[in-house]
Design a protein around this ligand. Structure first.
Ligand SMILES: *Cc1c(COP(=O)(O)O)cnc(C)c1O
Length: 352
């Protein structure tokens, strides 16, 4: 079915398991960790990623991202680490943006580099990324829009150059969601998400996913089985339930963030606002080309001569200072105290 369905319909119906016990319209929760292998072609086991509730989520997300196959994880970091470790060997080179999720930077520096992979850091700019791809490059790793300044990378430019050079392209699509951006249709090979964010959408579960061509997902599944960051059936079921409203939630996120960005841009105590939906944003033109919506994330800088950041946080009544994003409630985050806390002052300044 898939292709002719609109995303709204895919969100609700793709992958739903039939409930032969009750005839219920929702997927039943198959909570077992042990399954009889008699009269079955395949041995089911949680860590193999082949449980019914895990598969239901994968099928729904494959439809939304136009992917052939995927693997579900207990966190976004689990997905990113398995994707990279599966496709990188000692001696390989990885081209990665300097503007990345803090946890991903740490993963590259602590775990990937230690395995003899050389990391070539480049600006979040398509031409710079394309130019950095060399003979030894095996993987290009991209985020767009980035955290925290919502920089936008021209995905087609990166994908085209990488394909010419025979290099695997991976994108962290968490900030966009599959509703606002489908990188596989722009030529990317693999997409990762922190399902803890928009996909789960209610700040009550942790998960991650890798999606892409079956041939590239296969080695990632093997690595995932070795590393073991599997998603339990209960959270897979909850994630499937949450995905039914993903399209509706993203529409509202896009609408609210645009409204808030325009409001903040007109506030005297705000020095600058970063949101891809603002024509003043440096990535606006590229975002218009490759995104269907600009997302629910925006950044702004207070004029500290007019208002103290802590006083500002104290005065917020509904928006809570908390680390994470993509839930139905609105959160606010100072990167220097949360997502980018582990970086040096110089590195923080360099990232803006
Ligand atoms: C949160 C996040 C991750 C990591 O996901 P976890 O579920 O916390 O492991 C990776 N990339 C981006 C862009 C994120 O926001």
């Amino acid at each position: 079915m898939g292709r002719t369905m609109k995303p709204e319909t895919q969100c609700v119906h793709q992958g739903t398991l039939s409930d032969d016990i009750s005839g219920g319209v929702n997927s039943p929760l198959c909570a077992s960790s042990a399954f009889s292998y008699r009269n079955r072609s395949e041995v089911l086991y949680p860590r193999y990623g082949n449980l019914p509730n895990q598969r239901a989520v994968i099928q729904k997300l494959c439809a939304l991202e136009s992917a052939e196959d995927g693997v579900l994880f207990s966190s976004g970091q689990g997905a990113i680490s398995a994707a990279l470790l599966a496709h990188l060997q000692p001696g390989d080179e990885l081209v990665a943006q300097t503007a990345l999720y803090g946890g991903t930077m740490q993963l590259l520096q602590d775990e990937v580099a230690r395995r003899g992979v050389r990391i070539r850091w480049v600006e979040a700019d398509a031409e710079a990324i394309a130019a950095a791809i060399g003979e030894k490059t095996r993987v290009v790793y991209v985020e767009s829009p980035t955290n925290p300044l919502l920089r936008v990378v021209d995905l087609r430019v990166v994908a085209d150059q990488a394909r010419r050079m025979g290099v695997i392209t991976v994108i962290d699509n968490t900030f966009a969601s599959p509703i606002n951006q489908q990188p596989l249709t722009l030529g990317f090979d693999l997409v990762v998400h922190s399902g803890t964010k928009y996909l789960g959408g209610h700040s009550d579960l942790s998960s991650g996913v890798v999606l892409g061509q079956a041939a590239l997902v296969k080695p990632i599944r093997a690595t995932a089985i070795n590393l073991g960051a599997t998603l339990n059936p209960q959270d897979a079921w909850l994630l499937e339930r949450s995905l039914k409203t993903l399209s509706l939630r993203m529409r509202e996120h896009n609408h609210n963030a645009q409204h808030l960005a325009e409001f903040l841009a007109g506030c005297p105590a705000v020095k600058q606002v970063w949101y891809p939906g603002l024509p003043s944003h440096p990535g606006h033109a590229i975002a218009c080309k490759q995104m269907l919506g600009f997302g629910g994330m925006l950044a702004f800088e207070l004029d500290q001569t007019r208002i103290d950041p802590d006083a500002f946080l104290d005065r917020l009544q509904i928006i809570q200072p908390a680390l994470s994003l993509g839930g139905v409630e609105s959160l606010i985050c100072q990167p220097t105290r949360t997502s980018h806390k582990s970086l040096s002052l110089e590195a923080q300044a360099a990232m803006g």
